[in-house]
Ligand binder design. Sequence first.
Ligand SMILES: C[S@@+](CC[C@H](N)C(=O)[O-])C[C@H]1O[C@@H](n2cnc3c(N)ncnc32)[C@H](O)[C@@H]1O
Length: 330
Amino acid sequence: MDSAQWRPRFRFGQAFTAPAPMDDGEGEAPRRLARILEDLPAEVVECFSGCGSPIPEAIGGRRLLDLGCGTGRDAFLCANLAGPGGFVMGLDREPELLAVARRNVEEAMARFGHPEPNVAFRQGLIEDLAAAELEDEGFDVVISNRALNLVPRKLAVLQEVHRVLKPGGEFYFADVYTDRRLPEEIGSDPEVLREQLGGALYVGDLVRMARRAGFADPRIVSRNPLTLADPDLHARLGGISFWAVTFRLFKIPGLEDGDEDYGQAARYLGTIPGCAHHFCLDAENCFETGRAVRIGGNSDQILRISRFAPHFEILGDRSRHFGPFARTVS
Ligand SMILES: C[S@@+](CC[C@H](N)C(=O)[O-])C[C@H]1O[C@@H](n2cnc3c(N)ncnc32)[C@H](O)[C@@H]1O
C-alpha cells in the first residue's frame, strides 16, 4: 500500500488544531532538532503524525526504543542525536509504515555520516514487547509519540516499558489526554473516533496507571491544548478538553509518590548538548546554567541516578526532612 494512503488515519483531523511538531520549548534545543529534520528524507517527515516532540536530551551513545514509530521520524531524529555509538529500535504493528522507514535508512545514514546503520525497525505490538523479542533492561530510554492512546491495554504497555528499561532509564512520551474521564457516548462518538481520540485517557488515570506499572513519580514536561474547530463536536463534548501532554517516567527504585523536602538544591552545569543555557527536567523543575535551584527528594534521586547525573551538581543530602516539597517557597 502507498504510504500516502496511511497518512490521514494518523494525523489530527480537521476538527483539531495540533501543536506544531517542535512546540515543546523554545530556543537552542528545538533549533537543533529543526536542523536535523532538514537532513531527514522528505517521505519520512511528511508521514509524521505525532502530537508533540518527545525527543530526549543527553542520549549520545544510548540505546533507545520508539513505540509506535510509524514511518520513523522520531526514531531517525534520535539516531542522529545518539550518534554512531548509540542505537535506536523503532517498533510498529503496521508493515506498510515500517516499509517506508526501512527504505529510508540508507539515505538517512549517509546524510548523518554514520558508517553503519544505528537504527532498525521491527514489527510488533507495543503492549507485548516480549513477543517482539525485546529483552529485560535492554534500553536506556523509551520514547513514543501518539501511540499509547490507540492501545486499549495501556497498563500492559507501561508494564512492558518498565521491564525493558534499564534501572535509571526513562520513558519519555507524548500523547493525547482528556481533563476528565470520557463518558461512553463521547468515547464512541463517530467524530471523536474519526479523529482517533476515543482512546484518550484522563490524565489523572495515566498518572495512577504509571504508578501501578512501577513509575512512582510521573512528571509532566509540557501540556498543549488541542483546540476544537468543529462547533458541533465542541457542543457535544460539553466542558471536556483534549490536551497533548508530554510525560517523563523514570525507572528509579525508591522514588516516593511525591517530592519531599530535604533542603536540597541542584546546579545545572550547562553540559547537555543543545542545552547550554538551561534545561527543564519537567514543567516545574527548570534549571538555568550555574544557578542553584531548590529540588525535592525525588528530583535529587532522578538527577543522581539517571543519565542526567554527569550534568548536575547536587547540594545537600537526604539526612534531614523538612516536610512536603513546595516549589513556590524559595
Ligand atoms: C498516530 S501514529 C504516530 C506514529 C509516529 N509515532 C509519529 O509520530 O509519526 C500511531 C502509530 O502507532 C501504531 N500503533 C498503534 N497501535 C499499535 C500497537 N498496538 N502496537 C504497535 N504499534 C501500534 C500505528 O501503527 C501508528 O504507526
